[in-house]
Design a binder for this molecule. Structure first.
Ligand code: EPZ
Length: 427
């Protein structure tokens, strides 16, 4: 298993181009199951989850074409769906495989997706996806570890009134996709408003879907008989951009981020400014972050968009270790998303956890040691901590970070970080 070796203490200077959003590309790829025609996607991040989704679509019978591999440009064409099954081997490595359930069921009238099971950041059930599909007339059974979904007689889902008990990002995306081909109108209330959901709506509309309510929590979908091909440029990755904003600030550097969408980073930018970080929009789609000022404690609570993203919590914790005073972090989205804290404590951070709250007292001089990555964003938090730690930090299990950060070693090295990847044979 690969490791990163990072020697901290170097300010980062230069320009970083932000990649396309993984969490936008994944549902966009799944949307290719909704039509027999070709879907061309651009600005796709070259990360492992995208490769996994490509494999899953190919398993289901879609042809996946690209000029090189991995690439930023792909085309997907599911002339027919030969096997509407998402097998355990793929689902266990990527929960987002559940995104094939809605489109496969809507297109073919049947779908089988392995139950995702637990994951490092909590139980993460899919009950809300299933209840919503039932509201649309689907019959759902689970057996042998698989969800088996069947559309009503005639093979077509019916429009329904879905009120999500809790806001769910992939749940909203799954049901939106299913509703595009349903018979009649579907109303989705308490939907997620994440930019990735809006990006999916934009794509589905290009494919011929009839959807209204973008950026609000009530979405209305008028089902159509068929969708057609489309071409789409995936939005920039707001979490990668946020991670590099913290990297610039925490190292007292001066970074310019290009190809980003500042509008999607409102809560992150305002929290970082509260913590004393200087951030300006230097041109359209460009952010400049400068460290050097004193970092001060600022509290943060993770929330659904437009609140502060849970996917930025670990990175913010790394910054808080360097801020003067006590920062309280409250995690409201996932119940077990502080696994990075114990590793940061091993590096010398002063963090205490009490249920959903973490209190981080700073500034602490971190010192390099060997730490383990536990999930994608936790790994990013550890990389950031290592960038300011004294001496050398080895981060193990970096396959987690490869799931969602495109060429992070190369991007950080190019702006002056002392970081290397050690290829180690799997044990
Ligand atoms: C999406 O996961 C993202 N993944 C996650 O990104 C992100 O952390 C999360 O949204 C929250 O923003 C993708 O977009 C592919 P949820 P998702 O359903 O959709 C509970 C990353 O690092 N819930 O919005 O799976 C759930 O347990 C990641 O890129 C139910 O109870 O998250 C959680 O507490 C990881 N029942 C809350 O809702 C359900 O059926 C929100 O989860 C579904 C969810």
């Amino acid at each position: 298993m690969d490791k990163f070796v990072i020697t901290g203490g170097k300010p980062l200077h230069g320009t970083v181009a932000i990649s396309g959003a993984k969490n936008s590309a994944l549902p966009a790829m799944a949307a290719s199951l909704l039509t027999a025609e070709r879907l061309a996607l651009h600005n796709v991040a070259m990360v492992r989850d995208i490769i996994t989704m490509g494999k899953l679509l190919a398993y289901m019978g879609a042809s996946v074409t690209t000029s090189e591999f991995p690439a930023a440009d792909y085309s997907f064409q599911a002339h027919t769906i030969s096997d509407a099954v998402a097998p355990y081997e793929l689902v266990k490595t990527m929960r987002a495989s559940i995104l094939t359930l809605g489109p496969a069921l809507a297109r073919t009238g049947v779908a089988r997706v392995s139950l995702p099971g637990g994951c490092a950041i909590g139980a993460r059930p899919v009950d809300l996806h299933l209840t919503a599909l039932e509201k649309m007339g689907a019959e759902i059974a689970t057996s042998h570890g698989y969800i088996e979904a069947r559309a009503p007689k005639g093979g077509r889902l019916k429009g329904g009134h879905v009120v999500f008990e809790k806001i769910t990002v992939t749940g909203t995306e799954n049901i939106l996709m299913a509703a595009t081909l349903a018979d009649g109108e579907t109303i989705l209330e308490n939907s997620a408003r994440e930019p990735e959901v809006t990006d999916l709506i934009v794509l589905l509309r290009k494919m011929g879907a009839r959807i209204s309510g973008d950026e609000t929590s009530t979405l209305r979908v008028q089902g159509v008989a068929a969708l057609h091909g489309a071409e789409h440029f995936v939005i920039p990755d707001r979490i990668e951009a946020g991670t590099f904003l913290v990297a610039g600030a925490i190292t007292n550097g001066d970074l310019t981020l290009t190809n980003c969408e500042p509008r999607h980073l409102g809560a992150v930018i305002s929290t970082l400014r509260d913590a004393g970080v200087s951030i300006e929009e230097s041109a359209a789609g460009t952010l400049r972050v400068r460290g050097g000022g004193k970092l001060v404690a600022a509290d943060v609570t993770t929330e659904e968009y437009p609140g502060f993203a849970t996917d930025m919590q670990a990175q913010y914790m790394a910054l808080a270790t360097q801020a003067e005073g006590a920062s309280t972090i409250t995690e409201t989205i996932f119940e077990n998303r502080y696994l990075h804290a114990s590793e940061m404590i091993r590096m010398g951070a002063h963090i205490s956890i009490d249920g959903r709250h973490a209190i981080v007292r700073g500034p602490a001089q971190l010192s390099g040691t060997t730490v383990q990555a536990s999930d994608l964003r936790a790994s990013a938090g550890l990389v950031l901590a290592a960038l300011v730690a004294n001496g050398e930090t080895t981060i193990e299990r970096v396959y987690h970070i490869d799931r969602g950060y495109e060429r992070i070693v190369e991007k950080l090295s190019a702006v002056g970080a002392n970081i290397g990847r050690v290829h180690a044979p799997s044990s």
